[in-house]
Ligand binder design. Structure first.
Ligand SMILES: C[S@@+](CC[C@H](N)C(=O)[O-])C[C@H]1O[C@@H](n2cnc3c(N)ncnc32)[C@H](O)[C@@H]1O
Length: 252
């Protein structure tokens, strides 16, 4: 047993040992577990935050092991896919495939907030062939580029750090914009009214607790939606970024 005595960056002790961490990490592969132990014993500060997250926050989240999916290929140019050719990839596309595969041929309104160059908008265009694909971003220059690669995407300039209003009802809303907590809360408390099926916040930071989200999410949202945090992993893929969590709201 390896005892962890160091304080986290946030200033409090981690009252856990590696054995208890193993319980929380048990959903992942043996290889992953060994890697986690190795990271812990290396005593890196940012790893401690991760450990803190595992121990404290994971009690309330879904622990699911996901498989590669066709959407991972489609999203290969976006960091949503574990096949993305860059370090900072996430394992979101396997989770999205699981959620959306049965509705992908329906006529939906799908919005992504935060388009960047349009790689994920292009992915949604391919994955939802019969849907309207909307993209919002606060940077007009990005939207010009998105229009070039997805000419039929419906694009708008929108700053999600300001009050948000829209008359459109979206079946699916995915936020991949600023990743800032206040903006994420703004999106949740504003756009739940516009959400028919799923409202998804990507890149929830590890150091922000479930309780902190609970405190800021309006009661109307809680009345109308089930929500849960999901930390999708795939064997063999590791992302050293701390914001790897999805917050998924599903209309009741
Ligand atoms: C991580 S990138 C999006 C990547 C894209 N979804 C993909 O998977 O290829 C984040 C985007 O959010 C936009 N963004 C940042 N802050 C924003 C804000 N306050 N309001 C709207 N968009 C914002 C940025 O301009 C950038 O295009």
């Amino acid at each position: 047993m390896i005892k962890i005595n160091k304080k986290t960056q946030l200033g409090y002790d981690i009252p856990y040992n590696v054995e208890s961490i193993y319980e929380y990490a048990a959903y992942t592969s043996d290889g992953k577990y060994k890697y986690l132990i190795k990271e812990l014993t290396d005593s890196e500060e940012d790893i401690y935050i991760k450990v803190d997250y595992f121990c404290d926050k994971f009690k309330n989240v879904d622990k699911i092991k996901v498989e590669l999916s066709p959407l991972c290929e489609i999203m290969i140019k976006s960091d949503k896919s574990p096949l993305y050719q860059n370090e900072n990839k996430h394992c979101f596309s396997p989770m999205y495939y699981k959620l959306f595969k049965d509705i992908k041929n329906e006529h939906l309104n799908v919005l992504e907030i935060g388009t960047s160059y349009g790689h994920s908008i292009a992915g949604w265009r391919t994955f939802f062939p019969n849907s309207k694909i909307y993209g919002w971003d606060n940077n007009k220059n990005f939207l010009v580029k998105v229009h070039k690669i997805v000419p039929d995407a419906i694009l708008s300039v929108c700053d999600i750090s300001k009050p948000i209003e829209s008359n459109i009802v979206f079946d699916i809303i995915i936020d991949d914009s600023s990743h800032a907590f206040n903006d994420q809360i703004n999106i949740i408390n504003s756009l739940y009214k516009n959400t028919k099926k799923y409202l998804i916040i990507e890149d929830v930071f590890l150091h922000i607790s479930v309780a902190e989200f609970d405190k800021h999410i309006n009661q109307e949202v809680k009345d109308q939606f089930d929500y849960k945090f999901i930390y999708p992993y795939i064997d063999g893929y590791e992302d050293t970024y701390d914001n790897n969590v999805l917050l998924i709201f599903t209309k009741k």
